[in-house]
Write a protein that binds this ligand. Structure first.
Ligand code: CP
Length: 303
């Protein structure tokens, strides 16, 4: 039985396979409409979500399966003190696969140790978000036609942004990737990630100046400042609008720049950017459903 807790649980060849499968699903959705008949997905969301939960649920429905679960832990027996380990042991009696989001880093890993069915980490605290990374990789593949030889700028909250941590980890296995890490001093990428980049001899630069590096970028990955991870509201209010992408700032960018954002957006991309053909974040959200369909098929070993 396979789980997906960290993006590195998948080999690059397996990620290539998932991307190929997602592209086939996009091309021939009718061929997949009954693949998961009789199967159930449980979505256990201890933290709020729109895209991840609903794209998982849409993915299972489009595969012909069923969905159970909760979107608010207050309505589950976690509110009575039930542990994550006990919850998944029980839900594993009712469902064939579980997608779980939790506010505590490591909770999906604990769940995987006890679960009788595959666990998918749908985001754990400020740690990892591997299915967002699969979404991002599929999007880069569809927009750029490659996953190597790219200059990738990550901008915003690189400290708490779990999507950033997982995507850096994934891209560090491809050749010719240059990382440009754009953040306020207070929200720099954690040192364990920089240590990994250094150990692998990968090229990265850190800067606070988005406009200075804009012309170099092939990909610009914007992120929201993660209010829910701050201990101090004043600090959040001071940092929240550090970067706001506007059409004026994009004038200095490459004509084929790909602008990504895992969403939700708060204020960091002006809505006037949405009509720019380089704005790919809504296509990215759609890709999330297709790659999750591919992942469900893989973990359920459905052909
Ligand atoms: N990208 C993402 O994880 O969005 P949600 O929080 O809405 O699931």
């Amino acid at each position: 039985m396979r789980h997906l807790i960290d993006i590195l649980d998948l080999t690059p060849a397996e990620i290539d396979g998932l991307i190929a499968k997602a592209c086939d699903i996009i091309a021939r959705p009718q061929d997949y409409a009954h693949r998961c008949e009789g199967k159930k997905l449980a979505t256990l969301f201890f933290e709020p979500s729109t895209r991840t939960r609903l794209s998982f649920e849409a993915a299972m429905y489009e595969l012909g399966g069923h969905v159970i679960g909760f979107s608010d832990a207050a309505n589950s027996s976690a509110s009575k003190g039930e542990s994550v380990a006990d919850t998944v042991r029980v839900v594993g009696c009712y469902a064939d696969i579980i997608a779980m989001r939790h506010f505590k880093e490591g909770a999906p890993l604990v769940a995987a140790m006890k679960s009788p069915v595959p666990i998918i980490n749908a985001g754990d605290g400020g740690h990892n978000h591997p299915t967002q990374t699969l979404t991002d990789l599929l999007t880069i593949w569809r927009e750029k036609g490659r996953l190597d030889n790219l200059t990738v700028g990550f901008c915003g909250d690189l400290k708490f942004g779990r999507t950033v941590h997982s995507l850096i980890s994934a891209l560090s296995r491809y050749s010719g990737i240059r990382f440009v890490l754009i953040s306020p001093e207070e929200l720099k990428v954690p040192s364990y990630i920089k240590d990994t980049l250094k150990q692998k001899g990968l090229e990265y630069v850190q800067t606070t100046d988005l406009e200075a590096v804009m012309p170099e970028l092939d990909i610009l990955y914007m992120t929201r400042v993660q209010r829910e991870r701050f201990f101090n509201e004043e600090e959040y209010l001071r940092l929240k609008d550090s970067y706001i992408l506007t059409p004026e700032k994009l004038q200095a960018a490459k004509a084929d720049l790909t602008v990504l954002h895992p969403l939700p957006r708060v204020n960091e991309i002006a809505v006037t950017v949405d009509d720019d053909p380089r704005a790919c974040y809504f296509r990215q959200a759609l890709n999330g459903k297709f790659i999750r369909m591919a992942l469900i098929l893989k973990l359920l070993e459905v052909e």
